[in-house]
Design a protein around this ligand. Structure first.
Ligand code: NAP
Length: 298
């Protein structure tokens, strides 16, 4: 436990992850753009930094979990950013979901200063972040991966080294293709069940443990039936990930028709001002097409 950890970005995911790092016995310094969000962590024993640079100067391992590619660039390269404070030999672990190409550029910029980097995007939702049960897909040098394992184990259960810099982000984009495919399948199945007049709560129980089961169906299906649109993962962030998928697929010349379709459905929901709802609200786009709604059943 000699490595001192710094954590930047205490949003829906980051706050649970940071709490689990503290619980595992690491010394923890935190920074969040909106300072008030640091309070629960400070009460639990973390220290506050004044900026990402200040945090980096006090940390051996710097974990970042912010929204999008420009946000990670700002936190690392900006004035008072990680790059200006980090010591040679320190390790940056980026748990945000961002562009694989920009990830490789950031790793090269940090390396010029002797700072190592891993891309380590996460999956498992807010529930997985709280429980320390995330899946973490890691890109970068194997020695850095082995160094990071103790702190990654504080946050996740399934931790996989998948290749060099950027490979973690590529695998995360594969993960997102699967997530929205499951969300679309769930939405269409529930809408069909509603139109056919079956009890949707019983239907969900009947199918979720079989071959049709998925994380989406188990965790978000009940939320749809309760018409509870609070986010584990917002539509705006989901849409950001689909844009990353479509850009990366374009780069490699790979068709991604299902992702493109779901991207357009989420766009209709954003146009209605629903971007801060959970990604399971995808069902509302199909309800709009169908002209009827799934009734509250839980
Ligand atoms: P969130 O609740 O919206 O939190 C975003 C965090 O990023 C906040 O701490 C925010 O600071 C910070 N931030 C954003 N832009 C920033 C900037 N320019 N400079 C400094 N800080 C900035 O998002 P989240 O759901 O925790 O997601 C975080 C990352 O994890 C995203 O890349 C997302 O795609 C990924 N992820 C999320 C889930 C999920 O289920 N939620 C699952 C897997 C992966 P403020 O508090 O000041 O706004």
């Amino acid at each position: 436990m000699n490595e001192r950890i710094g954590f930047i970005g205490l949003g829906i995911m980051g706050r649970g992850m940071a709490h689990n790092i503290l619980k595992s016995g690491f010394a923890l310094t935190v920074w969040n753009r909106t300072a008030s969000k640091m309070q629960p962590l400070l009460q639990a024993g973390a220290h506050a930094a004044a900026s990402p640079a200040d945090l980096a100067s006090q940390s051996d391992i710097i974990i970042i979990c912010v929204s999008d590619t420009p946000d990670v660039q700002a936190v690392i390269l900006g004035e008072e950013g990680v790059l200006s404070g980090a010591k040679p030999g320190s390790l940056v672990i980026d748990c945000s979901t961002i562009s694989p190409t920009v990830t490789r550029e950031l790793a090269a910029r940090l390396r010029e200063k002797g700072v190592h980097m891993l891309d380590a995007p996460i999956s498992g939702g807010s529930e997985g972040a709280i429980k320390g049960a995330l899946s973490i897909m890691v890109g970068g040098e194997i020695a850095d991966f082995e160094r990071a394992l103790p702190v990654l184990r504080a946050m996740g259960e399934k931790i996989t080294h998948v290749g060099d810099h950027g490979a973690g982000q590529t695998v995360k984009l594969m993960n997102q293709i699967l997530v929205v495919g499951h969300a679309l399948a769930m939405s269409e199945a529930l809408l069909f069940g509603q139109a056919s007049g079956v009890d949707l709560a019983k239907a969900l129980e009947a199918v979720k443990a079989g071959a049709a089961g998925s994380w989406m169906l188990s965790y978000r299906g009940p939320q749809v039936l309760a018409r509870d649109w609070r986010p584990g993962f917002t539509i705006d962030l989901q849409q950001k990930d689909l844009r990353l998928v479509l850009d990366a697929a374009d780069d490699v010349g790979c068709p991604a028709p299902a992702t493109a379709f779901v991207f357009q459905l989420y766009r209709t929901l954003q146009a209605q001002g629903l971007g801060s709802e959970g990604n399971h609200a995808l069902v509302k786009a199909l309800e709009n097409l169908a002209g009827f709604e799934i009734e509250k059943a839980l």
